[in-house]
Design a protein around this ligand. Sequence first.
Ligand code: COA
Length: 589
Amino acid sequence: MRILLIASAFNSLTQRVFAELRDRGHHPAVHLVTGDQALREAVRRHAPELIVAPMLKAAVPEDVWSAHTTLIVHPGPLGDRGPSSLDRAIQEGAECWGVTVLQANEVMDGGDVWAHAECPVPPVGKSDLYRNEVSDAASRAVLLAVERFAAGNSSAGPSPSPSPGPGPSDSPSPSDSHTPRPQHGPGWDVPVRTRPYLRQSERRIDWSADPTATVLRKLRAADSQPGVSDELLGERWYLHGGHPEDELCGTPGELLATRAGAVCRATVDGAVWLPELRAGRVPAGVAGVKLPATLALGERLPALPEVPAPLQLPEGRRTWADLDYRELGPVGLLRFSFPGGAMSTMHCRRLLDAYRFACSRPTSVLVLGGGRDFFSNGIHLNVIEAAADPALESWANINAMDDLVAEILTSTDRLVVAALGGNAAAGGAMLALAADEVWCREGVLLNPHYRLMGLYGSEYWTYTLPRRVGRAAAERLTGQALPVTAQSAQRLGLVDRTVAAAPQEFGAEVARLAGLLADRPALAERIAAKKAARERDEAVKPLAAYRTEELAVMHRTFLDPGAPYHALRAAFVRKEPVRGTPEHLEGTR
Ligand code: COA
């Protein structure tokens, strides 16, 4: 089917729907909505059989939805209405949530139901939940709705879909699943709950009264956007991210310690870690973007003890650690998790140190990653933007990234597995390719390209990407700059294994699979073969040569103030609204 995706941004869910539809033989095109007139023109131009809105903040004009079936994805269960569904679900401590696919009509979120799906709500931030559990549920519901629509419009062409059949919670109508079901009708009356936008006044933390559990719910409901507006050290800041701390405590509201860029703040019954801050009123010298907390505070930060988390956290400790190493017999598990998947120079160096430690251990399989949400999205554009000299910081960051990748590529005494529980893009996707095997949770999206940030890229991608997929596919992936599903990536050879696991279960499943891998009798042979292959490749063209060539282009870009990278980066970190639909999304047939 020709499907037009209309969205406020080509965000993770829109990308997921786009890539999943393509995998199923449909022809999706994307229109980023900037106004009603441009939307009407896009609809005329594309003449879609179906319109789907995976993430749309504006109302669809009546002349569009009355002429074309338009499906709206609402991140809430049946009957839920309003613009802050997920925020409210988390803030109120819901344990189960859902996604509903509705047909657009004159009532916001009030249209007929095409499909819906449920999902659990683990204790994570809103964006993490959205990119994982919600994205899985939305993908199920959208594919089912599209399948139903196609079945009711036989002229609409094939809809080969492995999506689950209509179960009780998925089915719009027991009698005719090819038509949507009104929210109110004989035998089916959806209880409607319309809730308003969640304002900062409701998000406010009362440090003198709110227990840690409440503070965490408020922080998670606002993570990663908009953050919780708060006063800190006499100024207004948005607090981003929130993790419990079980040892440190102090006067409620006071800062107690720092750890790897985060600050620890006391609550009435414990403390929480705040990894990132954004200036509420942009003071001089701060870029107004979300930054690691200590960097954002800069000289405002009082003298506080730096309390590093042990790399091997004792069982049962509840604290925040963005790096964590565990061992299960012959398997080493090095988990890392950086907000937004962004890896600053400091993140790269710390991960490299942890990686070296992991390599000093007597294991035969080392798993890198394995956590939930983003694996990596490459160099830290916010930290770069806020640096006194962004060109210099870009250079330091890419070199730190390359040092890490080089270490992985030259680890020839064990098998390294990159385990992606969440999405990866740009240099972060290439980081995964440095491993011997790449495992992705089903539902993961890869964006193995740099073009949209105006970069040539490094991370030895000119070695690893063609090595995996061949030259032609490497050119296509980097040139087209489109997201690919884990399944497509596996077909291409980019990924070795997709793991069917819920986001919360991915880590345990990866550990189990890594154990099986380590037990294979042929493992030693495989490690020896890998070492020999590396030596052969080195003789043909040394790794250093790939790095030099890639970095020569990157260096030119960084040092050229007129290079598009600088403006693209500034627009990205400041979240400038989209001005239109990028050409590469217009049509992909
Ligand atoms: N540096 C800093 N922040 C980054 C980042 C990076 N490299 N990549 C992602 N983020 C942040 C985003 O700003 C966003 O922050 P927010 O939650 O406060 O809004 C968050 O991570 C999630 O990203 P978002 O763009 O909302 O997610 P998405 O799933 O819609 O899109 C990407 C994911 C990776 C396609 C998109 O974030 C992107 O293009 N990132 C830049 C990748 C890149 O060019 N890296 C540099 C070259 S190596």
